[in-house]
Design a protein around this ligand. Structure first.
Ligand code: SF4
Length: 303
């Protein structure tokens, strides 16, 4: 049986419309993320993320490099949004996030992209860096649902979220896939200009977990609901992995965590000595051992 997106229930009850309205209201004086720029994006004023009213899509297609429970056989249906609300100096997708490479598309057209991904057999719609376009994307989901979209929706975000927005996504998003980038204030400030990152991220991830719980799989071992946390290990323990794993242990030892080793210097990382090199295998293995020691046992790397 193919898993269905939870948004279908809200759509059938006519409740998606109200959520969309509330989300668009947040665009009038933008509070979609903790930066709270309070610019009127409906009038194309731009804030920190430099994005206005229109959706900008960089690319879409089946992706086979995501976590196995998302990829399955036919791939995860990724839709890469241009721009970002966090803008880390070392972003591993610098052109898409900082340079905002992409094309302006309407909500209806994005709904057609989603339907195309479903037709190609993708197991889910994986919205990559969706935070600054939350209202438009939920509108696309509604349009898609009315035209036959049924597969689960993945919210693949940086973790720098406004918890009030996450609350509005309840029953719309099936799988939350947040990064937890920093467990300390200093690196969050230095590399992402977001000193309150960990505080805001914890609030958001706790709410995500409340909504969807631990990862659930269908009979083909494909995820259809739940939380997956990503953590990219930075050189010289700049990310503060210990604090992050301690938070996750307290949330649930059964939480699914992908600890990632692929950090490479990108963008402006050359200006910061400690992160101007790749993460070593020793640093990565230390992070894995630490997570295990704290009791986290659903590690993507060890499944
Ligand atoms: S989404 Fe963009 S404009 Fe809105 S608060 Fe965040 S950074 Fe500012």
């Amino acid at each position: 049986m193919i898993s269905q997106g939870s948004y279908l229930r809200l759509c059938k009850k006519g409740k998606l419309e109200k959520r969309i309205k509330l989300l668009y209201t947040l665009l009038e004086s933008c509070e979609l993320c903790p930066r709270k720029c309070n610019v009127n994006r409906l009038k194309d004023e731009v804030g920190y993320c430099k994005m206005g009213k229109e959706l900008v899509v960089s690319s879409y297609g089946p992706h086979f490099g995501e976590e196995k429970p998302l990829v399955g056989v036919y791939g995860s249906g990724t839709l890469f949004l241009a721009g970002c609300n966090l803008l880390c100096v070392y972003c591993q997708n610098y052109d898409i996030s900082h340079n905002r490479v992409g094309s302006v598309v309407g909500e209806e057209e994005v709904a057609d992209f989603m339907l195309d991904l479903q037709r190609q057999g993708c197991h889910n719609i994986n919205l990559v860096t969706p935070t600054h376009f939350a209202p438009q994307l939920v509108k696309s989901i509604e349009v898609g649902a009315k035209k036959g979209l049924t597969i689960p929706v993945v919210w693949n975000c940086s973790g720098y979220e406004n918890v009030e927005v996450i609350k509005l996504l309840e029953g719309i998003v099936d799988i939350y896939l947040p990064d937890i980038k920093y467990g300390k204030t200093d690196p969050a400030k230095k590399y992402s200009n977001a000193p309150n990152y960990f505080k805001k991220c914890k609030e958001a991830v706790t709410e995500m977990y409340r909504q969807v719980g631990n990862l659930k799989f269908d009979e083909h071992k494909i995820a259809y609901r739940g939380l997956i946390v990503r953590h990219l290990v930075l050189p010289e323990n700049q990310a503060g992995s210990k604090e992050i794993f301690e938070y996750l242990r307290d949330l649930s030892k059964d939480v699914y965590v992908n600890i990632m080793d692929q950090y490479r210097p990108e963008g402006r990382s050359g200006q910061y000595k400690k992160i101007d090199r790749c993460t070593t295998s020793k640093e990565f293995n230390n992070a894995i051992q630490l997570a295990k020691k704290l009791g986290l046992h659903k590690l993507d790397n060890c499944q």
